[in-house]
Each structure stands twice: as C-alpha cells, then as structure tokens.
Design a protein around this ligand. Structure first.
Ligand SMILES: Nc1nc2c([nH]c(=O)n2[C@H]2C[C@H](O)[C@@H](COP(=O)(O)OP(=O)(O)OP(=O)(O)O)O2)c(=O)[nH]1
Length: 130
C-alpha cells in the first residue's frame, strides 16, 4: 500500500515557508514543506490542516495542488498544495527551525532530496500568482 504524505507550500507575500526536520536522524537538518502522513479516513486537505495545526500552530487555507504524486520512497508519495495562512504565526513545535524564504532564497536551504524539484515547481507557480 502506498503511503500518502501531504505537504503545504505556505505562501505569504511571495515568501515560502520552509521547515527544518528534527528527525529521523537520516533526515534531520534537511528542509521540507510542513505536513505529514494522511490518516485513514482523512482527506488530503483535512490531513494538511491538522498537520499545520499540530506542527506550526496555524490555520491554513489549502489551495491548488502543485504537480501530482511526487515520489519519496518505494512506498511513499507526496502531494503538495499551495496554501495561505488564515490565522496564527508559525512556530516550530516539531521542527528544528522555520524560515520564510524570499524568492532569492528559495534554494538557500538544503532541501530534502525529494523536495528540490518540488521547490522548482512551487517557484514556477508562485511567479504567476496574482
Ligand atoms: N512533511 C514532509 N515530509 C517529507 C517531505 N519530503 C520528504 O521526503 N518527506 C518525507 C519525510 C518522512 O519520511 C515522510 C513524512 O513523514 P512525517 O514523519 O512528516 O509524517 P507524520 O508527521 O505523519 O509523522 P509520524 O506521525 O509518523 O511521526 O515524508 C516534505 O517536504 N514534507
């Protein structure tokens, strides 16, 4: 069975929120889009809203999906959604750090390997946002 991971590319004023993983050891220190596994019976959007509450303490509005199923491992795929903040200021409850990346900083953090092409796709979408 394929495990679906959902992740939010939270956009604010052209900046993208990146989060530094704290665990597991092989991924710790790498940067990702906040999110996590979809629980049984949950929709992608429900899972993403829940994860952003748990991990960041914020409410988000989930928008368009960026790409399709991004491959992570043999058993995991990731679905990424452009999102915006409805309320709250993100705090790193489960991450080592958070950074709002301005356009010139999109690649200034060591993204997890799977996330680099995702960041590129997000960049292409953010460019054409109203
Ligand atoms: N959230 C997230 N996970 C990513 C990204 N890129 C990437 O390779 N991953 C991997 C890391 C993890 O192996 C997996 C996500 O699992 P997770 O540990 O964040 O999920 P979770 O919050 O549901 O965790 P848990 O309940 O099992 O502790 O996907 C990304 O951009 N965001």
């Amino acid at each position: 069975m394929t495990v679906v991971v959902v992740a939010a590319a939270i956009i604010s004023d052209g900046r993208v929120l990146a989060a530094q993983r704290a665990e597991p050891p092989e991924l710790a220190g790498g940067w990702e889009f906040p999110g996590g596994k979809v629980d049984p019976g949950e929709s992608d959007v429900e899972a993403l809203v829940r994860e952003c509450r748990e991990e960041l303490g914020v409410e988000i509005a989930v928008g368009e999906q960026v790409g399709g199923d991004w491959p992570l491992t043999r058993d995991y795929v990731m679905r990424v959604y452009l999102s915006t903040l409805l309320s709250g200021v993100p705090v790193p409850k489960e991450h080592m750090a958070l950074r709002w990346l301005a356009p010139q900083e999109y690649y200034a953090v060591p993204w997890l390997a799977a996330d680099l092409p995702v960041m590129k796709a997000v960049e292409d979408r953010v460019r054409i946002l109203p």
